[in-house]
Design a protein around this ligand. Structure first.
Ligand SMILES: Nc1nc2c(ncn2[C@@H]2O[C@H](COP(=O)(O)OP(=O)(O)OP(=O)(O)O)[C@@H](O)[C@H]2O)c(=O)[nH]1
Length: 239
């Protein structure tokens, strides 16, 4: 049977808790938006979706969440005539899961660094997220800066120019998005995929004839159902 896609990439969403990472993912893959905040945390203690309300995050017990903090969803898009299956990993922004979530950086080919335009604090923390990426992600990983919740104009604490400036400083593309109104969702996911494709152009050309590189490996893992991490099945949308 003909393959449904040509290549598989791993993208990762990182940023403070509550900036809207899960909602961005759900909007992109399922065109859904939910207004409640359900944090992305450990599957081991939380059941099949790996989610639990964060309103009372301090009440959650850390034991039993040792392999949690990360979920993924899949979507296939076509870029420059290439069918790309993207495996998008959604991490928990809470500090307590950082040790776990950092383990996923090293296999990402593209990373979204997300802040919330109505939270100056989440914007300030981007510097810390960037330094984590520098430390744990592979060299050459592609990055995009996202200022989410652009629909919350009346609560805005971070100017669009501030986002642009920061992105420029770190050599990233920048998008203001809204998972709520579907602003720039497809655009930003497509752009990061394009950047990853460009960065892996050589390997991709080799992929036509060989199956022995990082990108092909990702394909095999998916086909075998052996995707790394606790969440190796498709998810219901709980953002
Ligand atoms: N107005 C508005 N609210 C949003 C948007 N995106 C997410 N939210 C809300 O922000 C809250 C947090 O969203 P999540 O997607 O759960 O945040 P997260 O970054 O995945 O959080 P953690 O899993 O804890 O790291 C929820 O109440 C969402 O409904 C958006 O674009 N606009």
């Amino acid at each position: 049977m003909a393959k449904q896609y040509d290549v598989l990439f791993r993208l990762l969403l990182i940023g403070d808790s509550g900036v809207g990472k899960t909602c961005l993912l759900c909007r992109f893959t399922d065109n859904e938006f939910h207004s409640s905040h359900i944090s992305t945390i450990g599957k081991l203690s939380q059941g099949p979706t790996g989610k639990q309300e964060t309103k009372h995050a301090s009440q959650l017990s850390a034991p039993g969440i040792s392999a949690g903090g990360v979920d993924f969803k899949m979507k296939t898009i076509e870029v420059d005539g290439i069918k790309v299956r993207i495996q998008i990993w959604d991490t928990a922004g809470q500090e307590r899961y950082q040790t776990i979530t950092k383990q996923y950086y090293r296999r990402a080919q593209g990373i979204f660094l997300v802040y919330d335009i109505s939270s100056e604090r989440s914007y300030q923390h981007i510097m810390k997220w960037v330094s984590d990426v520098d430390e744990y992600a592979p060299e050459g990983v592609q990055k995009i800066l996202i200022g989410n919740k652009a629909d919350e104009e009346q609560k805005r604490q971070v100017g669009r120019e501030q986002g642009q400036q920061l992105a420029k400083e770190y050599g990233m593309d920048f998008y203001e998005t809204s998972a709520c109104t579907n602003l720039n969702i497809k655009e930003s996911f497509t752009r990061l995929t394009e950047l990853v494709l460009q960065a892996h152009r050589k390997e991709l050309d080799g992929l036509q004839t060989h199956a022995s590189n990082e990108l092909a490996l990702a394909e095999l893992e998916e086909e075998d159902g052996k995707a790394e991490g606790p969440a190796n099945s498709s998810k219901t949308c709980w953002c």
